[in-house]
Design a protein around this ligand. Structure first.
Ligand code: GGG
Length: 356
């Protein structure tokens, strides 16, 4: 029997509630599968630790994580800590040193869930957005000077390296090739951003030469929001910069029914470091502690984690159970217009796992 070492980092707010739900479902799955076990180590890293000790995680936090097969992450963000501190102190503080450069965000309309787009159903929206996850607008370069003066100045420098653009482009072409439609949309803003985004376009065209079987097109990010809304059927795989894909994937989640169901994987595709799996949503402190957070985004992320670990059958069983539960509107949490609790959805998913 295989044992996978999993690092669980619930983080802040509803991250704690959904990771608890995710681990319960994963435990039920491992028990009923019988072919693998999960050796889970919890880490209390996050904003409470920051308020207590001055840092979100220990200085060697990313190195501690290298010993694990995968990381299951909740969310970051607290009402009384500036957002740029939480994001850089924990989520980016892990992704960047572990070089998890491919952030993969599938979006589908699950059974029983309604898109806000009129007449758009499950067959009309089945996308994977690939977010460059190591540089671009999140390179962390910039600074502030002349503080307090009328000419106070701030810079936020986007960095696009050829090696960084090429590796994410190859990842996206490979992913597009593995999907039935073999269709990739490269998102850019090279009309206005004439250096980094033009390099992005040039590398896309160069890499495309190695993938003659993949049909690809190019969209400016602003026009992409229109296409996602008006012609969702025309899209399959998408690749975009760190910031553009962050924004587009929130839109994608909303068009598929709720940000509460959307999953993410932060991959180091070479397997040099553990990859990290998390729901797209943040800490949602407006609903923290009420027991109504949607755990589906975490279940779906856990399914991606199992797939990554080589447990494809278990990954499918997790998603089958999730889809059986979403098909029952009585089991929708408030973000989907229902009144079910996190616990009710979790228990229903566990029952579906055990009975199927
Ligand atoms: N689970 C994802 C999460 O906690 N996200 C918080 C957030 O603010 N993310 C912004 C970003 O990743 O750009």
């Amino acid at each position: 029997m295989k044992t996978y070492k999993i690092a669980a980092i619930p983080g802040d707010g509803i991250g704690i509630e959904v990771i608890d739900a995710g681990l319960r479902a994963l435990t039920a799955l491992a028990e009923s599968d019988g072919g693998f076990t999960l050796d889970v180590t919890g880490f209390d890293w996050g904003s409470d630790r920051y308020k207590r000790e001055g840092t979100f995680m220990p200085a060697d936090g990313p190195d501690q994580l290298r010993a694990f097969d995968a990381i299951l992450f909740g969310a970051v963000g607290a009402p009384d800590v500036p957002d740029h501190l939480t994001l850089w102190g924990l989520r980016l503080g892990i992704c960047q040193p572990l070089d998890q450069y491919a952030n993969v965000r599938p979006t589908r309309i699950l059974p029983g869930i309604k898109s806000p787009l009129d007449g758009v159903g499950p067959g009309d929206l089945d996308w994977v957005i690939v977010r460059e996850n190591s540089e671009g607008e999140y390179a962390g370069q910039g600074g502030r000077s002349h503080r307090g003066q009328s000419h106070e100045t701030a810079t936020e420098v986007s960095i696009f390296t050829k090696v960084g653009v090429e590796r994410i482009m190859r990842y996206a072409f490979e992913l597009a090739r593995s999907r039935p439609r073999k269709l990739l949309t490269v998102v850019t803003k090279s009309n206005a951003q004439r250096y980094g985004m033009v390099l992005w376009d040039e590398v896309a065209a160069e890499v495309a030469g190695d993938y003659p079987d993949v049909k690809w097109d190019k969209m400016l990010v602003d026009a992409m929001t229109v296409r996602m809304t008006m012609k969702p059927q025309s899209i399959d795989t998408v690749v975009a910069t760190n910031l553009h894909a962050d924004i587009l994937s929130d839109l994608a989640a909303a068009l598929a029914g709720s940000i509460g169901i959307a999953p993410t994987a932060n991959f180091n595709p070479e397997g040099a470091t553990p990859s990290m799996f998390e729901p797209i949503h943040g800490s949602a402190f407006d609903i923290t502690g009420q027991g109504i957070a949607n755990p589906v985004g975490t279940f779906w992320s856990a399914s991606m984690m199992l797939e990554h670990l080589g447990e494809a059958a278990a990954a499918r069983r997790m998603m089958n159970a999730v889809e059986m539960v979403t098909a029952d509107r009585g089991l929708h949490t408030p973000d989907l217009g229902g009144s079910a609790t996190t616990d009710q959805v979790t228990e229903a998913v566990i029952a579906a796992i055990r009975n199927n």
